[in-house]
Design a protein around this ligand. Structure first.
Ligand SMILES: Cc1ncc(C[n+]2csc(CCOP(=O)(O)OP(=O)(O)O)c2C)c(N)n1
Ligand SMILES: [Mg+2]
Length: 574
């Protein structure tokens, strides 16, 4: 077996990934992975993004696949390099994001015999991948070329459908690892650039006979990878007069039926009891909100869950019917013919409470810079061309709580599969690499410190990103939990203040840095950064815009805002 065999097979493999529709891949350097890295880099239809740190590479690929909805490949060398992809693989599995992991390995004769940089990579990610395959070593015979083409298609389609998720192909590679002569032609690919194995699109229709909702209906919309479905769902809810409790990740927090402040409203036992529905339609992932989850768990209502992959999101075991179909298919079924508004007074009651809560919140927040106000303002300022990537911890909670319902707002993405704070920066850069418009990242200081190496993408890959950093010097979220009372160890071991001055990180990685002192200055800084990144989309311009806050004050502000909203709603329903 020669380098020519290795490279012929890998060229056919990458050719086939591109024929299936792959546009992006991530590489990380090493010796053993050289043939895979070079083959990806030399495939003209695939943009190969180079990374130093495999954990960043994995999360960048994840963000790119999440934003584009298409499989992204990521490759690395043997040993702990492959282990560093594990967090992104796990997140991809839980968030249903299509990733194709190509790990380079030693050939069989060099395994478990003390050869350098060799670990057991077989099924390295366990059940976190949908499919593992040990590729083996072969000469590039016509049969082997056909096999490797089908393998690429199988990996691509497996990652892409039913449900989307990660796959791992482990490639044993024998030396020599570089070519010493030009590669001969290979004509084993199909004509007209077709993939070797095509896949019929999944059937996307669902019979809805007998399932028409009746009485007091609510829709609970969770994260959905189909951004357009959210808008259509909002339109349907408005026409049918159904309150739509929409997580921003659903894309459905818009239109006249969207209820943005459900988390606050449902904290009030009276409101929650008085607004119990007869029928609940859940779409996508279950939203994070605890009051919403508790309310759903205690209802004596028929609950149906619709999800394209039939995902089982029901920790309280109350769903009675699962519909395995995209939301759009259900809407097609329900909206065939005229939509008859169900109970206008029912929707009106929710709308009035939502508007009252929203006004009370705005009054309390005023215009002084704070974590909730930044989340709320981003929802008001950013338009539909912008992707808002939101970090776990308080940023995603503040976005769920405070983002107003708005037509033409930003698309909201987040790593909510496993709720990790690792890899947030890299994922946002990956999204920025594939998004057509600007990307804004809303992130806490601990999450930024954790993945500060992800800023390398600003310097080396020149990907533009606007980073809005909420710096409260530690994990503000923990102040909301009982552990905050454990004063002997809370600050050092839980809140973990670090005192970092991120201006230095910005300088190290070639990013701009701003620290606006007012809401107007923040808005101006974000607009400047977005305009700058648009102007230099090829040249790259990333800015870190820091808002300093205080964890203790933040807790008090959240409480004041919630109390004011609840008091106003109580006065309304009196
Ligand atoms: C990989 C990983 N490690 C640890 C955690 C636990 N965790 C959740 S939130 C958080 C603190 C985040 O702090 P920051 O990013 O500053 O946001 P803030 O809470 O201040 O809003 C930690 C450590 C996690 N979610 N993921
Ligand atoms: Mg923090």
């Amino acid at each position: 077996m020669s380098a020519t065999d290795t490279y012929l097979l890998l060229r056919a493999f990458c050719d086939e990934l591109a024929r299936c529709g792959m546009e992006h891949a991530c590489t990380a350097p090493g010796s053993r992975c050289t043939p895979i890295v070079l083959s990806l880099a030399r495939e003209p239809r695939i943009r190969a993004w180079s990374h130093i740190d495999e954990r960043s590479a994995g999360f960048f690929a994840l963000g790119a696949a999440k934003r584009s909805g298409r499989p992204v490949a990521v490759t690395c060398t043997s040993g702990t390099a492959a282990a560093n992809l594990a967090p992104a693989v796990i997140e991809a599995r839980h968030a249903r994001v299509p990733l194709i992991v190509l790990t380079a390995d030693r050939p069989p004769e060099l395994r478990d015999v003390g050869a350098g940089q060799t670990i057991d990579q077989l099924k390295l990610y366990g059940d976190a991948v949908k499919w593992f395959f040990e590729v083996g070593v072969a000469e590039a015979t016509p049969g082997a070329l056909r096999f490797i083409r089908t393998l690429a298609c199988r990996a691509y389609w497996t990652a892409m459908y039913g449900p989307p998720g990660p796959v791992q192909l482990n490639f044993p590679l024998r030396e020599p690892l570089v070519l010493d002569s030009p590669l001969p032609e290979d004509s084993t690919g199909r004509d007209d650039g077709r993939p070797y194995v095509a896949l019929d699109p999944p059937v996307e229709s669902v019979p809805t006979g007998g399932r028409h909702p009746v009485g007091r209906v609510v829709i609970v919309a969770g994260a959905d990878r189909d951004a357009i479905a959210g808008r259509e769902l909002a339109g349907f809810a408005a026409r049918a007069a159904i309150p739509l409790l929409a997580d921003p990740l659903s894309g459905a927090r818009q239109g006249s039926a969207a209820i943005a402040h459900y988390d606050l409203l449902l904290r009030d036992p009276e409101f929650a009891a008085a607004h119990r529905p007869d029928f609940v339609i859940r779409t996508g992932d279950l939203p994070t909100s605890k009051p919403l989850r508790a309310w759903l768990a205690g209802l004596d209502a028929a609950q149906i869950a619709i999800d394209p992959d039939g995902a089982w999101h029901d920790p309280d075991a109350v769903v009675g019917l699962r519909v395995r179909a995209p939301v759009r298919a259900l809407l097609d079924g329900l909206t065939a013919g005229e939509v008859v508004p169900l109970e206008p007074a029912w929707l009106a009651a929710w709308q009035a409470a939502d508007a009252t809560a929203g006004q009370a919140l705005s009054d309390v927040l005023g215009s002084q810079l704070s974590e909730p106000l930044v989340a709320r303002s981003l929802g008001e300022w950013l338009d539909a061309s912008v992707t808002l990537f939101v970090a776990s911890s308080m940023p995603i909670r503040d976005v769920e709580l405070y983002l107003p319902a708005r037509e033409g707002g930003p698309r909201v993405l987040s790593n909510r599969g496993a709720n990790g704070i690792d890899g947030t920066v890299s994922s946002a850069f990956g999204a920025a690499a594939t998004a057509e418009g600007p990307v804004v990242l809303l992130v806490g200081d601990v999450a930024l410190a954790y993945d500060v190496g992800g800023l390398m993408a600003a310097r080396r890959l020149r990907v533009p990103l606007t980073i809005v950093l909420l710096n409260n010097d530690g994990g503000g979220i923990f102040h909301f939990l009982p552990v905050a009372g454990e004063s002997d160890a809370f600050e050092e071991h839980v809140a973990t203040p670090h005192g970092l001055d991120f201006a230095h990180a910005a300088a190290l990685y070639g990013c701009g840095f701003e620290r606006p002192g007012s809401l107007d200055e923040l808005r101006a800084a974000i607009e400047r950064s977005i305009a700058g990144s648009a102007a230099t989309i090829a040249g790259g311009a990333t800015t870190i815009i820091e808002v300093r806050t205080d964890r203790v004050e933040n807790l008090a502000l959240h409480r004041r805002a919630a109390d004011a909203a609840l008091a106003a709603v109580r006065a309304l329903i009196g």
